[in-house]
Design a protein around this ligand. Sequence first.
Ligand code: PLP
Length: 351
Amino acid sequence: MTRYLIGGDFELSSLSLGSVNNLSDFTHGITGTWTASGRAALTLILKKLKDLGVKLVHVPAFLCDSILLPITELGLDCDFYPVDLKLKSYPDPSPGSAIIVIHYFGWLDESIVQLRAEAGDKYHLIEDMTHAFLSDWSAGPEVSRSIFFTPRKFAPVPFGGWCSSDAVLQAPNNEIESLNYRSIIARMARSMYLEKNQYPVDSDYEEFYLDAFREVEEFLDKYPTYTSVPQIALEIIAGLDWANIAKKRRMNWQCLHELLAGHVEILQPSLPNDVVPLGYIVRLENRDAIRKSMAENRIFCPVHWPSSSVVPSKTFTQAALLSDTCLTLPIDQRYGIDDMTKLADTLKSYL
Ligand SMILES: Cc1ncc(COP(=O)(O)O)c(C=O)c1O
């Protein structure tokens, strides 16, 4: 088997550092704070809301578990609201509470227009733009909301998150600085390894860089509210060509959409001009078996997200079904038409 693969953590082929002054391009001119991760960014928002007397946070039943960590760690209560199989959410925030809305996979949630109109007086609105931070999420200055995201899911970014709350952070500690460097080196090592893609797989080498990626995730799980971010992580974010990243993702999504039309159930029927997708999301009855077979062909497709142990699946049946059947096909900037064709052909062979 050759090293060629599709999916997995982002490699870094070169280190092009940018100026952190350019980071304001991401945030539609809104001021805020750069942090270590998405969950750290959410932490800063929740701390402010807690000081204002908020005790309860409504969260969607279909979610990345990691956003529950800061809620629990800050001693806030959490209540779930339903999401259906079309990813439409049905929020019903109570007076004085906070609500988190996740804009899934790059598309803005349908309920957001109404929520934005009522936010501020009745409840505190928090928008999770992690999947949609390259999509158009602008809104008028009259909208009262907090925003957070991490670019870590879209590019080779070991650490980094942003929220619309202001805060003064301490200098990052030695542990996060050293994990950051290790992750950068591992990403460069992965790039050199994959460049020789006609060579045979070297499991020891793959284990080396996978270990470094795991360590970062372990750190974030262990210290979800640790906020300070290494400067070089932000310079990596500032140095990436995000316009090209957005363009390629949209092209690959469209390409896969044409190749898979009529073969598989999908979640989003079209790609509006202002959306930059995280992945191409399909629903498969025998998702886990197909995912395993794809991995045997070195096509690695993540699951967003496996069932959370704290969401009652009997109450939120459609969210549970999403967790059991959705598969994210990689369409990121590393790939082109040939890769999308291989991906589609491999998937079709297992349908
Ligand atoms: C929608 C969403 N929000 C927030 C997060 C948390 O981001 P981080 O892993 O940077 O803490 C994730 C993580 O996967 C996510 O998918």
